[in-house]
Design a protein around this ligand. Structure first.
Ligand code: PRP
Length: 213
């Protein structure tokens, strides 16, 4: 049995055509039930639905043989025990620094001010500001990051930007881009050794279905 970990929503939806390229069709609709294990048309392949931030954990510890996860989540988790064969080029967005329009971020950075940064992505934020030589206090949040500069909790946030609508709706501006993000295929290294042939087949099919840049 090959178990593939996916998170509901964009990653699930955008992974379906890649599974189809491998001849795999998920036969249950995750929006229509609360089932967490979904069967496919292949008796030896199943999909498990996990929180996006848990995908690398499931794959690292063998709860799933492979999974699809955002580069942001993967960097925060670390690569231990994981083989990352493919950038699937789906779920594309970017990681950025954002602040209130009336906060002079560039000036604060030039002055060497100590910045308060709220984020769910503490590892990415720490590395980014360390490389710039900017001193920061990192405030860990689990969601609604946009509120932090509006309430005075932080000077700026490090968060995912896709359309930019969430920032605009909350009168925040993107002041710096940190990195491009897209989804990666991750594979448990031990599972790859044990089940090389079927896993390789899925990796190759995903590679053939990955949009070319
Ligand atoms: C992300 C991110 C922003 C939003 C950006 O949140 O944290 O809030 O998407 O997208 P936009 O630029 O298209 O408006 P998400 O909806 O993934 O939920 P989360 O807060 O649980 O991460």
């Amino acid at each position: 049995m090959i178990t593939l970990a996916l998170s509901k929503g964009r990653i699930f939806d955008e992974t379906l055509p890649m599974l189809a390229a491998a001849g795999i069709e998920v036969t249950e609709d995750p929006e229509k039930s609360r089932k967490l294990i979904l069967a496919t048309n292949q008796p030896d392949v199943r999909v498990v639905l996990v929180r996006a931030s848990d995908v690398p954990t499931y794959v690292q510890w063998g709860g799933a043989d492979m999974g699809v996860t955002g580069l942001d989540t993967l960097i925060e988790h670390g690569n231990a025990g994981l083989y990352v064969p493919l950038d699937l080029k789906i779920s594309a967005c970017r990681m950025s620094v954002a602040a209130r329009a009336d906060f002079d971020y560039a000036h604060a950075v030039r002055q060497g001010s100590r910045l308060k940064i709220a984020t769910k992505f503490v590892g990415i934020a720490r590395n980014f500001f360390a490389e710039k030589g900017v001193h920061v206090d990192l405030i860990k949040l689990y969601g609604s990051m946009e509120l932090a500069p509006l309430t005075g909790l932080a000077d700026a946030i490090v968060d995912i930007v896709s359309t930019g609508n969430t920032l605009r709706a909350n009168n925040l501006v993107e002041v710096e881009q940190i990195m491009d993000i897209s989804a990666r295929l991750v594979v448990n290294q031990a599972a790859l050794k044990l089940n090389r042939e079927p896993i390789r087949r899925i990796i190759d099919a995903f590679a053939s279905a990955t949009p070319q840049s």
